[in-house]
Design a protein around this ligand. Structure first.
Ligand code: HAM
Length: 419
């Protein structure tokens, strides 16, 4: 039997992993600069958390969750996203008593049973931030500004920010009435899911991925035209803040986002390069979510960035990342000096040097061939002469140049690793 990676998953191999580590380091650094701290959460949660948080009428909950009963008969689900878990943890760990807003970031894998295509996987990675406790639009702009700095630091040149407001439960009620009246004549032509959503959550119909539904609802009324005074002021406030921070944006009345917890601000960063899955990053406000999953009413906002899509974009824009490649020394063993070579290599590694030594008892010729292929920067052959004299010849593999060195001075000649 031939085993393969499950459909919709992907092995991440070196040297690609080096680029991912770089993307993670830059994300951590930018988040820390804005006062966000890392949170690490379980990969699976109780199914009911996502049903209640993400929403029963969403595609994610209806069709895409990896749900299973554990051996104790409890229904569990591999997280399809990070926000519900963060909010669960916020409530469970009493973070309401922390200085507000509570600013958290995460780097996670997420799981959705989706139709696999370019930029759409069943296991994928997200970098995300959540800011809990602040109601005004300043924090919305802060998160967008963080993303903008991250994209720029990573070297992306073109990213387009789209924003919208989908109001609060009060103004949405009026909008739902208008939307339902508009949708009614088209109802029988919509997909079965949308027909079901019509009563329970008509806003979801605007977000349906079925081609026919998307075409039929292209001219449907937008929530934007039915915002209450407070939501309208909030959205104007956000635009003011974005201009203040020199963050260009486009208002896109069609953005409703695919998850139910959103209120007021919603936003996406899109690109033409990520195929049909043009959204690299999406986020928004969820002022009702914390109360919906058992906490006291607290506003929140966040985003998640799809890491696979970020890399597609970096590649499409031909971004060169400054990936650190520390020089590595290979110690080749001549004669029966494997023990001395192992000891020298270990000493160098302990003092911070990238070093490698033969572990397979290969001939000197085979070791030199391996050193060349392995990407080592320099080689030192350790034989009788070197062991007796305590000196050796350090050979730069690129230039072929050799220098005489005292073995106990090697660590000063090689660049120690900076962590
Ligand atoms: P989302 O829009 O469902 O939002 O996902 C965020 C990002 O994850 C997308 O823009 C996309 O880049 C990536 N993504 C989603 N599904 C896939 C997939 N199947 N394959 C590859 N990439 C994918 C959320 O998840 C919210 N939790 C964001 C948020 C945080 N809102 C507030 N706080």
């Amino acid at each position: 039997m031939k085993f393969t990676a499950p459909k919709g998953t992907r092995d991440l191999l070196p040297p690609e992993t080096t680029a991912w580590q770089y993307a993670e380091q830059v994300f951590c650094e930018v988040c820390h600069r804005f006062g966000y701290q890392e949170i690490r959460l379980p990969t699976f949660e109780q199914t009911a958390l996502f049903q209640r948080g993400v929403g029963e009428t969403t595609d994610v909950v209806q069709k895409e969750m990896y749900t299973f009963d554990d051996k104790g008969g409890r229904s569990m689900t591999l997280r399809p996203e990070g926000t519900a878990g963060v909010v669960r943890s916020y409530i469970e760990n009493g973070m309401a008593s922390w200085p507000s807003p509570v600013r958290l970031f995460y780097m996670i894998t997420a799981f959705r049973y989706e139709n696999v295509q370019k930029g759409r996987y069943r296991e994928f990675h997200q970098f995300g931030c959540e800011a809990i406790g602040a109601e005004g639009p300043a924090i919305d702009a802060e998160l967008i500004s963080l993303l903008d700095l991250y994209f720029k630091t990573m070297g992306l040149k073109e990213t387009s920010l789209r924003i919208n407001s989908i109001g609060c439960p009060q103004c949405r009620e009026q909008y739902h009435r208008v939307l339902k009246a508009w949708l009614k004549p088209h109802l029988t032509k919509l997909c079965a899911n949308c027909q079901e959503r019509f009563e329970r959550n008509p806003l979801r119909i605007i977000d349906c991925k079925e081609e026919n539904c998307a075409r039929l609802t292209a001219d449907a009324p937008a929530q934007m035209d039915y915002l209450c005074q407070t939501c309208g002021d909030h959205f104007n406030g956000l635009q003011h803040q974005l201009r203040l921070l020199d963050l260009p944006f486009v208002i896109d009345r069609r953005i409703v986002r695919g998850l139910d917890y959103y209120t007021r601000t919603v936003f996406e960063f899109v690109s033409g390069h990520v195929g049909t899955q043009g959204t690299i990053c999406g986020g928004g406000r969820y002022d009702g979510l914390i109360a919906a999953v058992g906490g006291s009413a607290t506003p929140g906002i966040g985003f998640a960035l799809g890491v696979e899509r970020l890399f597609m974009e970096l590649q499409a824009q031909e971004v060169q990342m400054p990936l650190p490649q520390p020089a590595r020394l290979f110690i080749a063993v001549a004669g029966n000096h494997a023990d001395e070579a192992a000891r020298l290599c270990s000493r160098l590694r302990r003092s911070g040097i990238y070093a490698d030594v033969d572990t397979m008892g290969r001939s000197l010729k085979a070791q030199m061939k391996y050193a060349g292929k392995s990407g080592a920067a320099a080689v030192l052959v350790l034989g009788d002469d070197e062991v007796n004299s305590g000196t050796g010849r350090l050979r730069d593999l690129a230039s072929g140049q050799e220098i005489e060195v005292a073995l106990d001075q090697l660590k000063n000649l090689l660049q120690p690793r900076t962590v």
